[in-house]
Design a protein around this ligand. Sequence first.
Ligand SMILES: Cc1ncc(C[n+]2csc(CCOP(=O)(O)OP(=O)(O)O)c2C)c(N)n1
Ligand SMILES: [Mg+2]
Length: 322
Amino acid sequence: MAALTSEQKLELFYWMVLTRTFDEGMVNLWKQGRGLGGTFSERGHEAVSVGSAYALAPEDIIAPMHRDIGAYFLRGLTPRRVFGNLLGKATGVSGGRDANIHGMGDLSLGIVGYISHIPMSMPITLGVAMTLKLRNEARVAMTYVGDGGSSAGLWHETLNMAGLYNAPYVLIVENNQYAYSTHVSDSIPIENIADRAAGYNMPSVIVDGNDVEAVYHATCDAVERARHGGGPSLIEAKTMRMMGHAIHDGAEYVPRELLAEWEKKDPVARYESKLLAEKAADLDELDEIRQRAAIEIEDAIEFAEASPYPQPETVEDGIFAP
Ligand SMILES: Cc1ncc(C[n+]2csc(CCOP(=O)(O)OP(=O)(O)O)c2C)c(N)n1
Ligand SMILES: [Mg+2]
């Protein structure tokens, strides 16, 4: 696999910074009473969503979940459309139907909308992968699931079928240690979720979910394998959910020392230090990227706030059987 060029590294940094800036903007909006819908912070998940999505080709299909805003951005869903969605505006991805991250799909960008019933995105994405395989297309379908979602029956059914049919399917397990207030050790009797892949005859790897390049390389391996007929793979990215489940949740049940320990491994700050240390960029270049992201997010918030709510007469648009 080709090593990342400095230009690619700066792209990875840009997408992570954009994601972090979006996240902070979203949380601030909500705290100021200007936010309307679901506010799920993805702080700490930037390396997973960006590193994995960066490994896909434009023709591949992706189904991100609620902490994968970076993957949506990278695939071309703009911050304007995402903020429009969160504020329930007509300019949002769902046209103001759902002021949340649910259903934020755009098939023209190869994005299957997030299905809120966890882990329902998994079998849907497997259906996509099976279609690609039956059509003999060298394309891959990738989706995400959390540690909590990894004990649902559908998780096992989907991986069983993916293994059985050798589907071009990549599953990113975002093990952020918590599902709402439940620590992973209270829901799963083994240390590594990746070990479950053996039961479905698929390779798996455990990756440092706070290291964007490690996530990228692991995903490239899985995507290449899937693209060339090698079947499905599971990648377990170990990370930490740095805020509560959603904005209303202060996460008092998470030990502060655990958060402090993971704060030291912050994926964005860590990548910045790496880029500087290996002289892939200087501080001015990184500052310029931060400014670019700040301007883009500020513009997106202004755009979304100024956007209209959907017209009542459009309420039946997009409904299959009104
Ligand atoms: C079938 C189902 N049950 C419950 C919920 C409510 N719910 C949404 S997110 C969540 C926790 C998911 O935890 P995890 O899979 O670890 O993902 P994380 O939020 O940590 O990224 C729950 C219980 C849901 N969306 N779907
Ligand atoms: Mg979790």
